[in-house]
Design a protein around this ligand. Structure first.
Ligand code: MG
Length: 372
């Protein structure tokens, strides 16, 4: 039932270490299950998506965000007759490399690394997690994921310059990723743009009036909802309007991508890979709406005064702990001290910090840097 341009599991370039086929699951289903059973996946439960402080028990964290993205991705991939199993693994793994404290933590970690002429990139880190840090099998290091999953980890959200990243040469950097990977960057956007409006509203960091005034697409759905359910409680009217936005984004991604595939005469996976640009996209009209939501969230939520304190704390904790272990590498746990014999100390400290949950990094900060 798959489209000609879908990835077919039978044509996978396979695993680094060949393994016999499984009786009940194909290779991408096995990869999905390997990701779900990874320690790094479980740690997403205690990693900030947007809010470090839990304003309520209903808030998204990086794990629930990931599950939501997987849900959207399955639907969109299925509607486009793509390989749903592969798309699902790529969604489940897409945030695996994120450090604690969301974007603030990532920024601080990258800044600390740049002092040593290095950098931090969450996609590259995710690849290191699945290739090296996860140790579950006696026969090999890492999760031994298929080529297409590793390629998608690297290529779903951005293009890497082959000249600057010779270590990624095997991932066909001169070609576009399959549609299953291209989708994930956009389903991720659908997921967090709608979820952050929801969480921001629930936290009283955003008011309904503010959202109605700042997000025209939300406003148009809200007006419809008010007509249909004039007596409904505000929160349910809000939910219905947000559902409208959500379905509009996801539906447009499906129909516009489909139209682009037809227009570009895409029939095979090779056509997708060799096309000069990515094919999965929102239509120009919906793309403008998506950008309006995102700009609104940046201005009113991510960079809001209410969250500034959390972000400062996050950056201070990451930066001071990084400095602490740079100055005291002997205070690193045994595993990381051993690694420092083969790799540079900043890289090892970065790997240690990047893997931490919000809870654990605060504990470490209190232990080594004398409290928050
Ligand atoms: Mg994400």
């Amino acid at each position: 039932m798959l489209a000609g341009y879908a990835v077919q599991v039978e044509h996978s370039r396979g695993r680094r270490f060949p393994e016999p086929p499984h009786l009940y699951r194909n290779d991408y289903q096995r990869d999905r299950d390997r990701v779900i059973h990874a320690r790094a996946f479980r740690r997403l439960e205690d990693k900030t998506q947007v809010f470090t402080r839990r304003y309520s028990d209903h808030f998204r964290n990086r794990l629930t965000h990931t599950i939501e993205v997987a849900q959207i991705t399955r639907t969109v991939a299925g509607a486009l007759a793509l390989n749903v199993d592969l798309a699902e693994v790529l969604a489940l793994v897409h945030d695996l490399g994120h450090p604690p404290f969301g974007h603030a933590g990532e920024k601080a970690l990258d800044a600390a690394m740049r002092e040593h002429g290095l950098f931090f990139d969450h996609n590259l880190h995710a690849l290191r997690i699945v290739e090296d840090f996860e140790q579950r099998y006696a026969a090999f290091r890492g999760l031994n994921l298929t080529f297409e999953v590793r390629e998608g980890i690297i290529k779903h959200s951005r293009d890497y310059d082959a000249a600057k990243h010779p270590e990624l040469a095997e991932y066909l950097l001169d070609q576009r990723p399959p549609l299953e990977a291209q989708l994930v960057d956009l389903t991720d956007e659908i997921g967090y743009n709608t979820a952050d409006l929801d969480d921001g509203y629930e936290a009283h960091l955003l008011t309904l009036d503010q959202i109605r005034a700042g997000v025209p697409v939300f406003e148009s759905f809200f007006c419809e909802v008010e007509q249909i359910y004039p007596e409904a409680p505000e929160k349910l009217q809000f939910n219905e309007a947000l559902k409208g936005v959500f379905n509009r984004l996801a539906g447009d991604l499906i129909t516009y991508t489909q139209a682009r595939l037809i227009q570009a005469g895409i029939e095979t996976l090779a056509d997708v890979r060799l096309h000069p640009e990515r094919l999965a996209a929102f239509s120009p009209e919906v793309e403008a709406e998506r950008k309006q939501i995102k700009d609104f969230l940046y201005e009113n939520l991510y960079y809001s005064v209410s969250l500034a304190g959390e972000k400062d704390d996050a950056e201070r904790i990451v930066t001071e702990l990084f400095t602490f272990w740079m100055n005291n590498p002997s205070a690193l746990p045994h595993y990381y001290r051993k690694k420092a014999e083969q790799e540079s100390v900043p890289r090892v400290v970065c790997d240690y910090l990047a893997g931490m949950t919000d809870h654990f990094i605060i504990e470490q900060y209190e232990k080594h840097c004398g409290g928050t």
